[in-house]
Design a protein around this ligand. Structure first.
Ligand code: DGL
Length: 265
């Protein structure tokens, strides 16, 4: 069991930011990455549909020997994590929202925390619930930022256009909060422009937080791989996006091996 891969899934390629963080902190682990590129974006879809997609993908990863599943997508975590945990009890299944919330509560002194994400994630109030479970005195200020995902996908992570959008979405946070959770797979790529605008607000990147959490679960369950530096990454997608290689490289920070197309699962 120990040397089996970790399964990671997202609505598309954005979850490769989580893979990048995992590769840094767990160099001996092999990873199966599933990007549901045909059905992206999840951020504007209904809960029932996101649960249905997430169940299909979890089944696929388990059939392909995953020893643990990481839901890299914030939207899928908000909508489907509990259903996945109830349906697949034999392996650990973790999502990005809890680790990000714990990290934010540790970073925040004022207990005033901002959360940005997709429409579905923000409407679900999943971060509000998770933050208040950690500490019920935390005040949560959330904001959906639907234009951030297409900007990142266009590679427009700096320049005048994104600066205006950042200002439009994030102005109300200034002087209000001391910590902000980047509650979407794509937002770590906007960290420099966001930081430039919000200045002294701490930014919590849920990708790094979940990688640290995954490591602690693997240790606790004696599931750490014993193969030194295996670090293999196998990718599966439901459609081959036009810009797959370019985008994959941006998210992962290194060249990406051509993924396998899965169209009947
Ligand atoms: N992966 C999604 C998330 O983290 C963003 C992209 C989408 O809407 O599917 O919420």
């Amino acid at each position: 069991m120990k040397n089996k891969p970790i399964g990671v899934f997202d609505s598309g390629l954005g979850g490769l930011t989580v893979v990048k963080a995992l590769k840094e902190i767990l160099p001996n682990e092999s990873i199966l990455y599933f990007g549901d590129t045909a059905r992206l974006p999840y951020g504007v879809k209904s809960r029932d549909l996101i649960i249905q997609y997430s169940m299909q993908i979890a089944n696929f990863l388990i059939k392909n020997d995953a020893k643990m599943i990481i839901v890299a997508c914030n939207t899928a975590t908000a909508m489907a994590l509990e259903v996945l945990k109830n349906n697949f009890k034999d392996i650990p299944i973790i999502g990005v929202i809890e680790p990000g919330s714990i990290q934010a509560s540790l970073d925040s002194k004022s207990k005033k925390i901002g959360v940005i994400g997709t429409v579905a994630t923000i409407n679900s109030k999943a971060y509000d619930i998770a933050l208040n479970l950690v500490d019920k005195e935390i005040q949560v200020f959330s904001k959906e930022c639907p234009l951030f995902v297409p900007f990142v996908e266009e590679g427009m992570v700096e320049g005048e256009a994104i600066n205006l959008i950042v200002e439009h979405y994030l102005s109300s946070f200034k002087n209000n909060i001391d910590t902000m959770i980047l509650g979407c797979t794509h937002y770590p790529l906007l960290k420099p422009v966001i930081k430039d605008f919000v200045k002294d607000i701490n930014l919590v990147d849920s990708a790094s937080a979940i990688a640290t959490h995954a490591k602690s679960i693997l240790i606790k369950k004696s599931l750490m791989s014993e193969v030194v530096n295996s670090n293999e990454l196998e990718c599966f997608v439901t459609d081959l996006p036009r810009k797959f290689e370019k985008l994959g490289e941006i998210f992962l920070g290194e060249t990406i091996k051509q993924p396998q197309l899965i169209d009947d699962f």
